[in-house]
Design a protein around this ligand. Structure first.
Ligand SMILES: *Cc1c(COP(=O)(O)O)cnc(C)c1O
Length: 370
């Protein structure tokens, strides 16, 4: 079976993890501190904090920014549900914003429209732009909108380590930027995540919230109710080795993406419309309505190729559908639903062979031609 995504773990990774295991220093330690520095270097950021997952990164950010009951947060309607779940979990209200069919992302214009039309009782406090599949959001536009309206920006860059907008890395524009190192992402620590923080007092707050509310001011002090959202030292050791190889991996992903685009562009499917800055964590095509997407996935599986749907139209998920009915939706074209129903994700990962990509393209064409 050709997998949809597969982590590339070599001897070097195994040795690094083994060394930490043998050291007995398993929870947050030196490897985590080093990983934070190296991530900061890679991203061109001041402060990076490693945490236990991308969801933990988002949750900590909202708590640290004081977003809660009575507040509302603008989120894309097309994403992985974790982005929206954390807003619910802090007691704030998610406002679902439709996405652009070429990038699968929210746009500054779309966000502005929703803000102008908002008549709920909650106060809009922030925006969570998601760099969907590694495609950079127009962050310069989002940041000037946020500045104009006095809103926090929490970037969900879970899929977007290495993505860039105007020469600056995704995750370094907002008040905070959140990353995931789940094995489905391009760099993995098993589970894991990181937060880029732009402001020192916020960094301190997130450190405390990450670690039981502890502040080391001469002695241990419990200064607030915190979580345990720490990354382990052996996860960080794994991440450090992966980060050393990461730039090469992004290039491999570009080559695979170019092959797909080049060999599928004559048939009637929608491909992403972006030429630079994308980290290609995921490659999603959109099939025209006359094809049965779920059937195409099954037929590809019969040919030993694993594919999948891309992300979810949040408004159509049970919990959100039942809780908010249509009230939070300020929809125009319902692009998110179209992407959710007709999007298909093809295998892309470092280590995927050219012969395999040829087989994938040939198989997809065969199925579609029928
Ligand atoms: C993967 C992902 C998350 C969640 O990250 P975890 O590390 O699995 O908690 C959040 N948002 C987006 C857009 C993601 O793709």
């Amino acid at each position: 079976m050709i997998r949809l995504a597969a982590p590339l773990i070599g001897d070097e990774e195994c040795k690094a993890v083994e060394a930490v295991l043998r050291s007995g220093q398993l929870v947050h330690g030196q490897e985590c501190d080093q990983f934070e520095k190296e991530l900061a270097d890679y991203l061109g950021a001041e402060d990076v904090l490693v945490v236990s997952s991308g969801t933990a990164a988002l949750h900590l950010s909202l708590v640290a920014l004081g977003i809660g009951p009575g507040d509302a947060v603008l989120v894309p309607d097309f994403t992985f549900p974790a982005t929206i779940n954390v807003v619910e979990l802090v007691g704030a209200k998610p406002i679902l914003v439709d996405v652009d069919p070429g990038t699968y992302n929210v746009t500054p214009e779309g966000l502005r429209n929703v803000i102008l039309n908002w008549n709920g009782t909650e106060t809009i406090k922030g925006i969570i732009p998601v760099h969907e599949f590694g495609c950079p959001v127009d962050m310069s536009g989002v940041m000037s909108l946020a500045k104009e309206k006095g809103l926090y920006v929490i970037e969900d860059a879970a899929c977007a380590l290495g993505a860039e907008h105007k020469g600056k890395k995704a995750g370094t524009y907002g008040d905070v930027g959140c990353f995931s190192f789940h094995p489905r992402k391009a760099l993995t620590t098993g589970e894991g995540g990181a937060i880029v923080v732009q402001n020192e007092s916020l960094t301190e707050k997130i450190k405390q919230l990450r670690n039981h509310g502890i502040s080391y001011d001469k002695h241990i002090q419990f200064v607030l109710p915190g979580f345990n959202y720490r990354m382990t030292n052996f996860q960080a050791a794994l991440g450090r080795v992966q980060l050393g190889k990461y730039s090469g991996w992004l290039k491999e992903r570009q080559v695979i993406k170019d092959f797909y685009l080049h060999n599928l562009n004559d048939i009637d499917i929608l491909t992403p419309e972006i030429d630079s800055g994308h980290s290609w964590q995921t490659f999603m095509l959109v099939l025209p309505e006359r094809y049965n997407r779920d059937q195409v996935i099954i037929e590809l599986r019969d040919k030993n190729i694993e594919t999948n749907i891309g992300a979810y139209a949040i408004h159509s998920l049970n919990y959100y559908k039942n809780k908010y009915a249509k009230e939070v939706l300020v929809h125009t074209d319902n692009v998110s639903e179209m992407l959710y129903k007709h999007g298909i994700v093809l295998p892309i990962y470092q280590g995927l062979k050219l012969l395999e990509t040829e087989y994938i393209v040939r198989s997809l064409r065969e199925i579609i031609d029928r």
